[in-house]
Design a protein around this ligand. Structure first.
Ligand code: C2E
Ligand code: CA
Ligand code: CA
Length: 565
């Protein structure tokens, strides 16, 4: 992403440079023309014989000079540094030459020219100042006043060009979402401001820190070649302490805020800006997954993970292209009578060489690379087409569920896309269910809730997937028009061993009912789980105990059987 941005910036810089040169050439041409016209008139050649129309010398040279002035302003707007400097140089030269002529020729009429050039000079200076301020603002983060991602890209390009060793620290606050959700966005903003101030102070003076995302920061520490080996880790430790050991201006909950840091070194880990940031990000995630509030130094083994991600992305792309994806359907039954409720469609990927890739692996990659939009649409189309006939049969009570990526729901055209596909496939909308994970709510809760309401208005059934693993706050949950809560398999896994877990599952089931939703227990594998789930008054069961994900023909057989019952 950084490389793409860098290329784009370079290309636009090149264009700006060419435009500046063209405008400078234009200015010189206007200046020379004015001088020539003035000379010819002095020599006695009348104006109308030069330009063909009757026009005064003053207005002609005035027009040309004004055009030159405009060219200087445009130059400055296009590139305030180079263009502005060239414009000021040209205007100064012109002003000096006119003034010299005033003195040599004693022609006081020419003083108007000097005055005009002084005006142009001042205008260009003002314009240059304005453009510089605008650029500074574009490189700053509005909230913390730190440099932003754009500025980081420029500085990384400069540092890598210079070739001297530097360290890059990727810093991410842990549990920041909790602060935002619990104490409000203002409290969250305050924490970000305070954190950035502390970190700025903690860093050596030659280092810079950038805010690159919501609660993500990057610090660049130059000139590390002569520093001790533990210099960067020492610094990271200090930055972690700055957050974890000091209170935040009266914020409650500040004990939850800690920092995870990933560290990379240039040129040891990579010589490319983009890779350095990616590697630092991977190391930071390692720090998070190994308990948070710590730093991890990138090492080679972690790059395999990234290589695998690249490969996986290529496989997913090819799978879409060559139709390696197919769907299987896992049945859901009522907990009490084991009556078929419907199916959840689950995506499968088998490459042409027979390699089977699990959705647990390819879905996250597809989400990262935006391929998920195409995948989700394909799934909706394929699943509704597979079941269209059966679902349009009279007296159908079954429901067909599809999983939709968190990221997709909040896209502005998502609801309309779903509506259009269902219409095109002639699928009964009230029998179509969308499963959304709690996780999707993390990023843009309000947008997700709004999209859910719009889906609901269309008549679509909404299920909250993997419930009990995330952090849905109750206040949001009650705003969501949820029809179904799906208890995550990890909770069902433990219910017979762990008394506490049983109570938790019971509580979730009651909560679902209070919210007016039905509850599906997912991943039920054995009788003891089933009996506890039934006792807790859970409505539906989806799990290997009663049905694994089935190929379409087997799913159809099951529908047939259930009709005969
Ligand atoms: P999920 O939506 O929570 O799907 C349930 C997963 O649990 C499925 O795994 C299913 O095969 C598995 N499962 C169900 N009952 C049992 C059981 O009794 N025992 C065990 N061991 N497993 C059980 P699967 O198919 O590997 O899917 C994994 C995840 O991938 C899904 O979790 C879902 O988040 C995602 N996914 C699958 N298909 C799609 C899709 O079409 N679109 C999107 N966006 N995501 C999908
Ligand atoms: Ca699901
Ligand atoms: Ca699930």
């Amino acid at each position: 992403m950084i490389d793409v941005q860098e290329k784009k910036d370079k290309e636009s810089q090149r264009k700006a440079r060419l435009l500046v040169y063209a405008l400078a050439a234009f200015y010189i041409v206007t200046y020379v023309c004015t001088a020539v016209i003035n000379r010819l008139v002095v020599v006695g050649i009348p104006m109308n014989s030069i330009v063909g129309v009757d026009i005064s010398v003053n207005s002609l040279s005035g027009t040309l000079a004004a055009l030159g002035g405009v060219a200087c302003l445009v130059m400055t707007v296009v590139d305030w540094k180079r263009g502005g400097n060239i414009a000021l140089g040209l205007i100064t030269l012109s002003a000096v030459s006119v003034t010299v002529r005033v003195l040599l020729e004693g022609n006081l009429n020419l003083l108007a020219g000097t005055a005009a050039f002084i005006m142009y000079f001042l205008s260009v200076c003002l314009c240059r100042y304005g453009m510089r301020r605008a650029e500074e603002r574009a490189n700053k983060d509005y909230l913390t006043g730190l440099d932003n991602r754009r500025s980081l890209i420029n500085d990384l390009a400069t540092l890598t060009k210079r070739g001297s060793h530097f360290g890059l620290l990727y810093l991410d606050l842990d549990n920041f979402k909790y602060i935002n959700d619990t104490f409000g966005h203002e409290a969250g903003d305050q924490v970000l401001i305070e954190v950035s101030e502390r970190w700025k102070e903690a860093l050596p003076s030659e280092a810079s820190i950038y805010r690159v995302g919501g609660d993500e920061f990057i610090a660049l520490v130059p000139k590390i070649e002569n520093k001790p080996a533990d210099f960067l880790t020492g610094l990271a430790g200090k930055m972690i302490d700055e957050v974890s050991t000091r209170k935040f201006g009266g914020q409650q909950g500040d004990k939850y805020i800690t920092t995870s840091i990933g560290i990379v070194r240039y040129p040891v880990d990579s010589t490319e800006s983009e890779m350095l940031v990616r590697f630092a990000d991977v190391a930071m995630y390692q720090a998070k997954s190994s308990g948070r509030n710590k730093y991890v130094v990138f090492d080679e083994s972690m790059s395999h993970q990234i290589t695998r991600e690249y490969e996986m992305e290529a496989i997913v792309r090819e799978a879409l292209d060559k139709q390696w994806f197919y769907l299987v359907y896992q049945p859901q039954f009522s907990a009490k009578e084991k009556k078929l409720r419907g199916f959840e469609s689950l995506l499968r990927l088998r490459t042409d060489s027979g390699e089977f890739v699990s959705p647990g692996e390819f879905i996250p990659i597809a989400e990262k690379s935006d391929l998920i939009y195409a995948i989700d649409e394909m799934v909706i189309r394929k699943a509704t087409r597979d079941f269209r006939e059966v679902f349009n049969a009279e007296g159908n009570t079954l429901t067909l569920s599809v999983n939709i990526s968190a990221k997709h729901i909040v896209e502005p055209d998502f609801v309309e896309t779903v509506r259009r596909i269902l219409e095109e496939e002639n699928f009964p909308i009230n029998h179509f269910e969308i499963e959304i994970t709690e996780y999707c709510m993390v990023e843009s809760m309000e947008k997700a809730v709004e999209a859910m309401h719009r889906l609901k208005e269309l008549g679509i059934v909404l299920a909250m997937d993997d419930f009990g693993t995330g952090y849905s706050s109750m206040s949001y949950l009650s705003q969501m028009p949820i029809d179904v809560l799906k208890i995550d398999k990890s909770l069902v896994d433990n219910i017979y061993e762990d008394q506490k877990e049983n109570q938790f599952v019971n509580m979730i089931i009651s909560m679902g009912h209070i919210l007016g939703a039905s509850v599906v227990a997912e991943g039920v594998e054995d009788e003891s789980q089933l009996s506890l789930i039934r006792k807790a008054d859970c409505d539906y069961v989806q799990g290997y105990i009663w049905g694994r994900p089935l190929e379409l023909d087997l799913a159809m057989e099951l529908v047939e059987q259930s009709r005969k019952q």
